[in-house]
Structures are given as structure tokens and as C-alpha cells.
Ligand binder design. Structure first.
Ligand code: FAD
Length: 428
């Protein structure tokens, strides 16, 4: 059979078969007639084996790309019903002309709706939760082939258990999400010494609608991006130079590996020539960036916001001292708390700290070093990014972990969606 691999190449698996379904009835029939394990896959952009299946059925959705505007809800909020198989890029290009927008987005729009919801994918901004926090209802075909429509209002516990689904419990076919009116973003990027930024962390991270920063290891400099809503005229987005910048970082890091002082100077010069950027674009064109050059692996943990500056300082110290070949920047974002059982943001406003390393390079030692720090702050890992936690660790971090596992067992009593990886994660 054909080998399957994720985006970065860090996960490979050989399913016994790949099946594509184009409608809910076909999906129910497939589920009823399949042996375990069966895994739904989106765009394969997760760095962990959450979508992988060895020897079983790899399931893809074809179609499932409807976008239907619904009447406003009781609170006067906009709502749309969306198919779960489409990419975020397809969704946003459909929403915009309909007078609808997502409140927030992450770095790219290549993921599928189901994939982005399934791992609690997020952007940045303390007023904004992860994608599943936009959910009002979700429709899935459960492990027995039955259609389940779970509403936030009516099915409180099952909904809270399945809103961050990690591809277990059922296959998501559509969702109802809250939307807002389209908006325009004024986006600017500039550099600042990391020590100054961390000293003013709270005010810097709330200085605009969306704030995030990259720390270029070895440079002492952070690259901050701020976005503000505006009614001003468009200013064309300059050609994306991030990939060019990365190639330059790689070269500079290699050439100056043995001299931190030389590295700091060379990086300072390289960054200043790439740093400044300013444009005004409509929301769906402003958020996504280009990540298609040098591929990478990534680990990202979500920590209580209060510990942000201290934890970030410690991660920087370890990476700069022990991992000098890591030239990909660290990425720092903030995310609003929610009430979803398996959301890493459940019950706490969070700071997200991510380390990246070139795809194909050993990641294990780097991961172990940063995980030691994250563990001290009760960090919760992104479900789709590298981590080493198993059910026993996760149970300590998620107050409703057992309730979520129970809900999954109820929806998938035979364990159709469980691979050994998912079993170890969810202790089923
Ligand atoms: C370049 C890059 C940039 C990224 N940027 C961000 C970012 O800005 N913010 C962030 O938080 N994350 C980011 N990620 C991580 C990414 O958003 C998540 O890993 C996301 O889950 C990937 O979506 P996907 O469609 O590729 O799903 P996959 O990786 O294919 O699957 C993810 C999970 O969803 C499940 N799933 C897929 N389809 C269904 C379905 N129909 N029903 C039920 N379950 C399903 C799978 O079984 C799996 O458990 C990035 C990843 C990459 C590679």
C-alpha cells in the first residue's frame, strides 16, 4: 500500500487502504462496515501522529465544502453553517463576499476546517479564543455510524467534550460557527530588544488587536507584529520575504556557530534589513503567511499568561546555550480562555510558546529540554505539535479529562477511531 506522510515528513504510516467519501450516508456505511482503526485526515499539517494510521483505513472527505449563512442567533450574533472538509482558505474566500468573517485566524489557511477544530488551532490576541471557541454546533458521524448533531446550548457536556475532537468520537461533517462582519487590518512589523519587550510583556501583548512576536535566537532581538482594525484604504502587502529571511538566518547561524558575539552582530544586521513591514489588507488576506519554503517541525505549549516572561526567558536561555544550530525563531502568541474540555486554553488565558527546527534535523533533545521548562508551569501541549505527554500527564493538566474520555467511549464504544498513539494519549 501507499505510504502516507504529514506536511513536515516527521510522521509516516502505511494504511491498508485510503477511502474518500463524498456524503454522510456513504460515511455512515463506511463506518459501519470498517474494522478498527480508522482515522480521518485533513490536510496532514499536524506534526504529531494524530491523523496517522498504520494498517487500517485512512479516511478523506471530498466536498463537504458548503457555506450557508444562517439567521443571527438570539444574542444577535452572525452565524454560518460550514462543511468540515474544506480548507480554511476556501472557507474565508467564500465568507468574505457573503459579508461574513472569522474573528481571528492563525498563521496559514491550508488546514481543513475539521483539522483546525480538531486540534484547537489558534491565532493570537487575548480577546480571541481558538477556532473551536467559535463553534455553536457540530455534526458528526459517530463510531457506530449514527449522525449526531451536538449543540452548545442543548448538549452541553457532549458538545464541550467533542468541540476539540482530535479525530475521535466521530467524523466531523459540518459545523455552525459564530462570525463577524468583514474587517480590514493595518498590520505592521518592527524589531525591539527582547529584554525590553519581556519587561513590558503585558502592555506590549495587548497594545493592538493581534500581537505576536518571533525571537531570533542569538540576536537579542524580537520581531513584533501588530494588527489593528482600520477603515483606511488598502496598502498592498509587500512580497513575502519570510523564506528569504529564513535562508539568511540559516546561513548566518552556520557561519557564526562558534562566536555568539559575531552571530549577534551579523543577525542584527540581517534582521534589520528584513524586519519592517506595513500593509493594510482585508482580514482573510492579512492573516495567512507563507510557510512553504524551508519545512520545519514544531513544538508549542500553552502556559498561564502570568508566567509568560519568565518561561520565555528560560526557553531562550536553554536554546541559545545548548541548541546553537536552531535558527528558526521562537514564536510567542496569546489566546483567550474557553470552556472546552480538551482545549489547552480551558479555564485560563494563555501564552503560547513555540520552538521550531528544520525538518529532518533531530528534535528529541530540543523537545525534552523545553518540555522540562513547560512542565514546571503546567504547560499544555498543542495537540497537533510535537510533545511527549501521555494520558497520565494530560489527566493532571485537564480537570475534565476523564469526562471527555467517557464521552468518546459513549460515541465510539468499539474504539473504531483508536490507534495505539491515540490510545496512549486518551487512555482508552
Ligand atoms: C505550516 C504550518 C503552520 C501552522 N500554523 C498554525 C497556527 O498558526 N496555529 C495553530 O494553532 N496551529 C498551526 N499549525 C498546526 C495545524 O493547524 C494543526 O495541526 C491542524 O490540526 C492541521 O489541520 P489539518 O487539516 O492538516 O488536519 P490533520 O493534521 O490532517 O488532522 C488533525 C486532526 O484532525 C482530525 N480530523 C481531520 N479531519 C477530521 C474530520 N473530518 N472529523 C474528525 N476529525 C478530523 C485528524 O484525525 C487529526 O486528529 C500549523 C501547522 C503547519 C504545518
Amino acid at each position: 500500500m501507499q505510504q502516507w506522510s504529514n506536511w513536515s515528513g516527521s510522521v509516516v504510516a502505511t494504511p491498508a487502504r485510503e477511502v474518500t467519501v463524498a456524503g454522510e450516508d456513504q460515511l455512515s456505511d463506511l463506518i459501519r462496515s470498517s474494522e478498527a482503526p480508522l482515522r480521518p485526515v485533513g490536510a496532514g499539517h499536524s506534526f504529531t501522529p494524530v491523523a496517522a494510521v498504520e494498517g487500517g483505513t485512512l479516511l478523506r472527505l471530498a466536498g463537504f465544502d458548503e457555506v450557508v449563512v444562517l439567521p443571527d442567533d438570539a444574542a444577535g450574533q452572525k452565524r454560518v453553517r460550514i462543511g468540515a472538509g474544506q480548507t480554511l482558505g476556501h472557507l474565508t474566500s467564500e465568507l468574505h463576499p457573503l459579508g461574513q468573517a472569522l474573528k481571528n485566524m492563525g498563521d496559514i489557511d491550508d488546514q481543513t476546517v475539521a483539522g483546525a477544530l480538531g486540534t484547537a488551532t489558534h491565532g493570537t490576541g487575548l480577546q480571541f479564543g481558538c477556532y473551536p471557541s467559535m463553534l455553536q454546533a457540530l455534526t458528526l458521524i459517530d463510531g457506530t455510524g449514527r449522525k449526531q448533531v451536538l449543540s452548545r446550548e442543548r448538549d452541553v457536556d457532549l458538545f464541550r467534550a467533542m468541540a476539540v475532537g482530535i479525530g475521535t468520537g466521530g467524523v466531523l461533517t459540518e459545523a455552525v460557527i459564530n462570525t463577524v462582519a468583514p474587517y480590514r487590518l493595518d498590520r505592521m512589523r518592527y524589531t525591539m530588544p527582547i529584554h525590553d519587550l519581556l519587561a513590558e510583556f503585558d502592555s506590549r501583548m495587548s497594545a493592538a488587536r493581534n500581537v505576536e512576536f518571533y525571537y531570533i535566537t542569538g540576536s537579542g532581538l524580537a520581531l513584533i507584529t501588530e494588527s489593528r482594525e482600520t477603515n483606511a484604504d488598502l496598502i498592498a502587502r509587500p512580497a513575502d520575504k519570510d523564506q528569504e529571511g529564513l535562508a539568511q538566518l540559516r546561513l548566518t547561524s552556520r557561519l557564526t556557530q562558534f562566536s555568539p558575539a559575531l552571530r549577534r552582530m551579523a543577525l542584527g544586521m540581517a534582521i534589520k534589513s528584513h524586519a519592517k513591514e506595513h500593509f493594510i489588507e482585508d482580514w482573510h488576506l492579512a492573516f495567512p503567511t507563507d510557510r512553504e519554503g524551508i519545512r520545519f517541525n514544531e513544538a508549542e505549549y500553552h502556559l498561564p499568561i502570568e508566567v509568560g516572561p519568565e518561561a520565555i526567558r528560560r526557553v531562550i536561555d536553554v536554546v541559545e546555550r545548548d541548541f546553537r544550530n536552531v535558527y528558526f525563531p521562537l514564536e510567542v502568541r496569546t489566546v483567550k480562555a474557553d470552556d472546552l474540555m480538551l482545549s489547552p486554553f480551558q479555564g485560563r488565558d494563555s501564552v503560547s510558546i513555540a520552538v521550531h527546527h528544520e525538518a529532518g534535523k533531530p528534535f528529541k533533545a530540543l523537545l525534552a529540554a523545553v518540555e522540562r521548562i513547560f512542565a514546571e508551569y503546567d504547560g499544555r501541549p498543542h495537540w497537533g505539535k510535537m510533545h511527549s505527554l501521555k494520558a497520565a500527564d494530560l489527566r493532571r493538566l485537564y480537570p475534565d479529562f476523564d469526562l471527555a474520555v467517557e464521552a468518546r467511549r459513549h460515541l465510539d464504544p468499539k474504539g473504531l477511531f483508536l490507534t495505539p498513539y491515540m490510545q496512549a494519549l486518551l487512555a482508552q
